[in-house]
Design a binder for this molecule. Structure first.
Ligand code: PLP
Length: 394
């Protein structure tokens, strides 16, 4: 890929120029797990597929270039990517982690990493005083989601990564919600980027994948060692599928963003909605930082209904929007974080952050915005009729 190309061109051209034998514009799926050695001591560059595999290698190179990093690693899921990254740490190490966080990441840290003596403190990662107050002599890294899932809290990546550097801490950013199309944390000072590529990168709710991108030779070599040693690598066919999805990332993200903004504004004025959490709205506390460090907004936001009794009927009455537990695909999905994605976070932490029984998370798809607004409107109205009585207006 030419460094001078805009990201839209880089995305559309993933894998298009790498296949020298036939000139195929889509890089093929090399299913092989073993590769012939020309002679003793010689290699084609590929020896065994867990270590390096051709289709995956094209994806990994593209991911590194898109995130402006030095090396990319494709994993069998976002959790596999997170696990691989966290395996850098050893017994006695401590991490500082975003307070509002994907529930699976919390579960990995508290139920698995903790068994190996790696501990974590959860704070508002945009607050330097709070970061300083939990920093310990054994703190090794700062792990942030920005915006966070599901409450969309924004962290200033440049500010916190320079604080982290002063204290010799690594900055790791989960960039799932914005993708490199809108935000490139490594350019802002972070050291490692992680993705659940199952979400926007894949974009079609049909491939489970994770991506890691590292900056610097030393970190890249360490991640290569961990990726190969742990073995949670992405298969050749899933690598192909992911690249196919990534080619249209720019188009999809533009549409996700414009749909989400229109619907968030609609919900802000809806009598059954108490609050909308979306950094694209000027009254969101992270609005300015988000605008400075990103070129756009995600297609996900959360909102609280005024009465928890609305939640069940709203989910039941949705017709176009699907009640399902994921985000970032072309189809609109509604999630109830308290009982789905964030159920593994203890109630007191969830409630302190605001992930309560009135919160719904909406992953806005690329359908026509008017159809989505109409669907939400009718589901909220039907819920109100069920809870308060009254008539449905046709
Ligand atoms: N990070 C974030 C922000 C997520 O939302 C998720 C999954 O929802 C993950 C990581 C884990 O990714 P996966 O489900 O692909 O394992």
């Amino acid at each position: 890929m030419d460094k001078k190309w805009h990201i839209e061109s880089k995305l559309a051209q993933i894998g298009s120029v790498e296949e020298p034998v036939t000139g195929a514009v889509n890089y093929p799926i090399y299913q092989a797990t073993a590769f012939r050695h020309p002679r003793l001591g010689q290699s084609t560059g590929f020896d065994y597929a867990r270590t390096k595999s051709p289709t995956r290698a094209v994806l990994e190179q593209a991911a590194a270039e898109l995130e402006c990093g030095d090396a990319g690693f494709a994993c069998s899921s976002g959790m596999a990517a997170l696990q691989t990254v966290f395996m850098m740490f050893a017994q006695g190490d401590h991490l500082i982690v975003s307070l509002d966080l994907y529930g699976g990441t919390y579960r990995l840290l508290e139920r698995i990493l903790a068994k190996f003596g790696v501990t974590a403190s959860y704070v508002d990662t945009n607050d330097l005083d709070k970061l300083e107050s939990v920093r310990q002599p054994n703190t090794k890294a700062l792990f942030i989601e920005t915006p966070t899932n599901p409450l969309m809290m924004v962290t200033d990546i440049g500010k916190v990564s320079s604080w982290a550097k002063q204290h010799q801490l690594l900055t790791i950013v989960d960039n799932t919600l914005l993708t490199p199309y809108f935000q490139r944390p490594l350019e802002l000072g972070a050291d490692i980027v992680v993705h659940s590529a199952t979400k926007y990168l894949g974009g079609h709710n049909d491939v489970l994948a994770g991506i890691i991108v590292t900056k610097g030779e030393k970190l890249s070599a360490e991640m290569f060692f961990l990726h190969n040693s742990l073995g949670a690598v992405l298969s050749p066919s899933d690598s192909y599928q992911l690249m196919r999805g990534m080619k249209t990332l720019a188009l999809r993200m533009d549409r996700h963003q414009s749909n989400a903004l229109a619907i968030a504004k609609y919900l802000q004025n809806h009598p059954q909605v108490a609050e909308v959490f979306y950094p694209a709205l000027p009254d969101h506390p992270g609005y300015e930082i988000q605008n400075q460090q990103s070129s756009g907004n995600t297609g996900i936001f959360s909102f609280k209904v005024t009465d928890a009794r609305y939640v069940e009927p709203v989910l039941r009455h949705l017709k176009l929007i699907t009640f399902a537990e994921s985000l970032g695909g072309v189809e609109s999905l509604m999630t109830y974080p308290a009982v789905q994605t964030h159920a593994d976070i203890p109630l007191e932490i969830r409630e302190a952050v605001g992930v309560d029984d009135r919160l719904l998370r909406f992953s806005v798809g690329i359908e026509h915005v008017n159809d989505l607004i109409e669907d939400l409107g009718q589901a909220l109205e039907a819920a109100s009729v069920e809870v308060e009585g009254g008539e449905i207006h046709e």
